[in-house]
Write a protein that binds this ligand. Structure first.
Ligand SMILES: N=c1c2ncn([C@@H]3O[C@H](COP(=O)(O)OP(=O)(O)OP(=O)(O)O)[C@@H](O)[C@H]3O)c2ncn1[C@@H]1O[C@H](COP(=O)(O)O)[C@@H](O)[C@H]1O
Length: 108
């Protein structure tokens, strides 16, 4: 999964204005050239649509809306020069921590 997210993040980075991304040809270039409000608004909308799909228990829509949400989060990360690997590393760090907490709570 992280390989795929890395590849998609690489593609998104090629759409930055400084990398020659063309707003006429590319959805990502359009969002990045408009600035943060454009993709932050999309993240809010996609998060709401994901919640609505989940409340309906509609598996296809849950997958589709979550994909839209993740995608727009990747655009946001790119704008702030962050990488999905950093988010995955944070999740991995927490996994390590939760293991430690479990061990700490076990009787010696
Ligand atoms: N994975 C995606 C992707 N997922 C979702 N979207 C776009 O996100 C938008 C989702 O918004 P909505 O569901 O609200 O649909 P909409 O009403 O058409 O959206 P708006 O026009 O209102 O923004 C749609 O325009 C989708 O096309 C994506 N657009 C691009 N990609 C990938 O991003 C890369 C770069 O794409 P370009 O910048 O278009 O070359 C490529 O690998 C693409 O496959």
């Amino acid at each position: 999964m992280s390989d795929f997210l890395s590849r998609l993040a690489d593609t998104i980075a090629t759409r930055r204005p400084e990398n020659g991304g063309s707003p006429d040809a590319s959805y990502v270039a359009r969002l990045l050239s408009k600035g943060p409000d454009s993709f932050l608004k999309k993240i809010g909308e996609e998060a709401t649509e994901t919640v609505m799909a989940a409340k309906d228990g509609d598996a296809d829509r849950i997958v589709s809306e979550t994909a839209d949400l993740w995608f727009h989060c990747l655009v946001m990360l790119d704008f702030y020069k962050l990488r999905p690997e950093q988010v995955i590393a944070e999740l991995a760090r927490r996994e390590g921590l939760s293991g430690l907490e479990e061990k700490a709570s076990r009787p010696a």
